[in-house]
Write a protein that binds this ligand. Structure first.
Ligand code: 13P
Length: 338
């Protein structure tokens, strides 16, 4: 393993004031989002969607890396320029989602395991040739009565660690994503307890699998109540709980924590990120940034709505949302900027 290659890429990915854009929706997820907006669910519309995102003027002011999907990393602009070349030219590091989605875990009702380890070594080789310098693997942990189980947590953090090992061997930075879902009506305290347990299991397993922590980025959920919980926490409470949980569970050797938005509204996700950086930035061992999908792409995707004539306006909204998150990454976001 060449740690220098990994740390050089990470330096670019964690550049000051910048974060990651997760534009790696699987075909299934993209289909659902397009269907909800009445956009035709075709490969060509997905290409157009990704094209206007990556050609947004000034996107590189806030975005240091973009996570692509298998279909997307092979696509080109109308002019025939590979998407990865467009990103590289803009100084945005191309990345790739390498997990193959989740399936029900046998014998564990309502729990899922992520697939994609088979032949991953060969696939990483191919993705590297296509221009990817970092990868992402998402594990899903659900909170409900009697779950998550130890069986589900163990299987998922083991898969994450094996993925991370293969990435590091290939010189591709692993973005390690253990997502505790917001689905349900659980409290912030319950999310804290589960997130802490998952992170502690994850870092034990990463250690066992000989992962260099300096050569990875963590992509976690924030500590927040379930989407259907009646009691909503304040921005301050989410920021404090998240930082406390992470200080207790994430080793200082990890260079960066890039949060997912997980279904929070774009504004709230930005506010939470901002509050963490505003209050704690100078006291934390790791960079705290974003790796949002929905909290950057919305509302721009609704404005685009599949129409070529709306592309310019959609790009303005995408640029603005990315800028707000860039400000939050520095703790300099203000609600008036919305
Ligand atoms: P959201 O920010 O929409 O949660 O997506 C992040 C992501 O990449 C999930 O895997």
């Amino acid at each position: 393993m060449n740690l220098q290659i990994l740390t050089d890429t990470i330096k670019e990915m964690l550049a000051e004031g910048k974060g990651l854009l997760a534009m790696d929706e699987s075909t299934g997820t993209c289909t659902k989002r397009f269907a909800a907006l009445g956009i035709p669910q075709t490969i060509e519309m997905r290409r157009k969607f990704r094209q206007w995102i990556i050609t947004t003027p000034g996107l590189n002011e806030s975005i240091s890396g973009a996570i692509l999907f298998d279909e997307t990393i092979r696509q080109c602009t109308d002019e025939g320029i590979p998407f990865t070349d467009v990103l590289k030219k803009a100084g945005i590091v191309p990345g790739i989602k390498v997990d193959e989605g989740t399936v029900p875990m046998p014998a564990f009702p309502n729990e899922e395991i992520t697939e994609g380890l088979d032949r991953l070594r060969n696939r990483l080789d191919e993705y590297k040739k296509l221009g990817a310098r970092f990868a992402k693997w998402r594990a899903v942990i659900r909170i409900a009565e009697n779950i998550p189980t130890d069986g589900c947590i163990d299987a998922n953090v083991h898969a994450l660690s094996r993925y991370a090992a293969l990435c590091q061997e290939a010189g591709v930075v692993p973005v390690v994503e253990p997502e505790v879902l917001m689905d349900g009506n659980h409290s912030l305290e319950r999310c804290f307890e589960v997130t802490e347990k998952v992170l502690k299991s994850l870092f034990l397993q990463l250690h066992i699998q000989r992962i260099a922590l300096e050569g990875m980025i963590l992509k976690p959920n924030m500590v927040i109540q379930g989407a259907d919980a009646i009691k909503k926490s304040t921005v301050e409470e989410v920021a404090e709980a998240t930082i406390q949980c992470f200080l207790e569970s994430v080793p200082a050797a990890v260079p960066g924590v890039a949060f997912l938005s997980g279904g929070q509204s774009p504004q709230l996700a930005t506010q939470h990120l901002n509050e963490m950086n505003r209050r704690f930035k100078n006291k934390l061992p790791w960079v705290v940034t974003f790796s949002f999908s929905r909290a950057i792409e919305y509302p721009a995707i609704e404005i685009w709505n599949g129409k070529d004539e709306h592309v310019e306006k959609a790009q303005k909204f995408l640029y603005h949302r990315a800028k707000l998150n860039s400000a939050a990454r520095k703790g300099e976001y203000k609600i008036e900027m919305e």
